[in-house]
Write a protein that binds this ligand. Structure first.
Ligand SMILES: NC(=O)c1ccc[n+]([C@@H]2O[C@H](COP(=O)([O-])OP(=O)(O)OC[C@H]3O[C@@H](n4cnc5c(N)ncnc54)[C@H](O)[C@@H]3O)[C@@H](O)[C@H]2O)c1
Length: 253
């Protein structure tokens, strides 16, 4: 793979961490961003190399995006790939009646505005070095609303449209932007899981298994391989503005 330098948001856990492991195994240089400083440091220690940098902070701060992209440029000379994986899905922000002003703004801020800030900083750097690839982690909720996940579904639909806007506007700069739309994955998202009892979490897993035609949740490493495919111009160089669904057939059922 001809990728030198990769920035991943939400890298401390779940899918972002799986992407970091998979890119590190392919010998890429990484800038890992997350608000969870402790888990971020643990992952960097695990990957254990001078090729990994961490930038701790909140993706809703535009200055964090500038700092992280600068870290890639200063240390690795260029930025080839941005993966926007940071996201939240609070359990108690359900339908419109149960979604507070604060929850609406927070979810839109993290899931959409954060990805916008990082994309803006990355596009500027990628233009300067002749191109690049942005991979946004959306969700099947971007395509079909999930029940009682209004703001999350709206945020992921917006992320999908942001991806297409970038793809259209910067294609001539050799910058590609694509989305992955995963269905239910092996772990419930961290902020959501923190609001659930063990029994509810287990029930979600059982319900997922029966609702998904392939009969199981997706693994993070399976999605990370799709991210790797979209990141790599040798494999997906003619794809831009696309969204790849990986949901075990969930949307068919
Ligand atoms: N887990 C699933 O079932 C599932 C399904 C479809 C899509 N997704 C999407 O995949 C992506 C990753 O989800 P995951 O399962 O790895 O969840 P996760 O909770 O394990 O990982 C999300 C990471 O984002 C970080 N983060 C959250 N808010 C942040 C902020 N403001 N600033 C910096 N970092 C922040 C968290 O600290 C965490 O490390 C998300 O965008 C999610 O919407 C997940």
């Amino acid at each position: 793979m001809a990728i030198a330098s990769i920035l991943i948001t939400g890298a401390a856990s779940g899918l972002g961490a799986a992407c970091a492991r998979s890119f590190a195994a392919a010998d890429a240089r990484l800038v890992l961003v997350d608000r969870n400083e402790i888990q971020l440091a643990a992952l960097a220690a695990e990957l254990g190399s001078s090729r990994v940098m961490t930038v701790a902070g909140d993706v809703t701060e535009s200055s964090l995006a500038e700092t992280a992209v600068k870290a890639a440029l200063d240390n690795f000379g260029q930025l080839d790939v941005l993966v926007n994986s940071a996201g939240i899905d609070p359990l108690d922000a359900r339908g419109v009646l149960e979604t507070s002003d604060v929850q609406w703004r927070l979810v839109m801020d993290v899931n959409v505005t954060g990805a916008f800030f990082f994309s803006r900083a990355a596009v500027a750097a990628m233009k300067a070095n002749g191109g690049g690839s942005i991979v946004n982690i959306a969700s099947v909720s971007a395509l079909k609303p999930s029940p009682e996940e209004t703001v999350y579904s709206v945020s992921k639909a917006a992320l999908l449209q942001l991806t297409k806007c970038i793809a259209l506007d910067y294609a001539r700069d050799n910058i590609r932007a694509n989305c992955v739309c995963p269905g239910m994955l092996e772990e419930i998202m961290g902020d959501r899981r923190a609001q659930m009892s063990d029994r509810d979490a287990a029930a979600r897993s059982d319900a997922a298994s029966s609702a998904i035609p392939l009969g199981r949740e997706g693994r993070y490493d399976e999605i990370a391989r799709i991210v790797g495919f979209l990141a790599d111009p040798d494999q997906s160089g003619y794809m831009t503005g696309a969204s790849l669904v990986a949901d075990g057939g969930y949307l068919l059922a």
